[in-house]
Design a protein around this ligand. Structure first.
Ligand SMILES: [Zn+2]
Length: 100
């Protein structure tokens, strides 16, 4: 796992090791959850993966919603093939976008 440098909203800097897609950890000094990743010595492969993410900020709300809208029907389909339409209709109402 890569090692990241962070700076919290209160000015503490710290290092944290975690997966690329994991959320940023809270500051270990003051517990501040608002931390900023400092891009220092990211491996080149990481920079490549991050190239089209611009400033390195996380996906926009629109991107997340678009992704969700794309993934939800697929997820439901998967569940239906696994559990059957009845079960999904009964328990999967949260996945069921108004497709009635
Ligand atoms: Zn802090």
């Amino acid at each position: 796992m890569p090692l990241y440098d962070y700076k919290c909203a209160n000015g503490h800097t710290f290092e944290a090791r975690h997966g690329f897609n994991d959320p940023a950890p809270a500051c270990p000094v003051c517990g501040e959850a608002q931390v900023q990743r400092l891009i220092t010595s990211a491996p080149s492969v990481m920079q490549g993966m991050n190239a089209n993410a611009g400033s390195g900020s996380s996906a926009t709300k629109e991107q997340i919603q678009a992704k969700w809208a794309e993934e939800t029907p697929k997820l439901r389909e998967k569940l239906v093939s696994k559990l059957g339409e009845e079960t999904v209709a009964k328990y999967g109402s949260s996945l069921n976008s108004n497709s009635d």
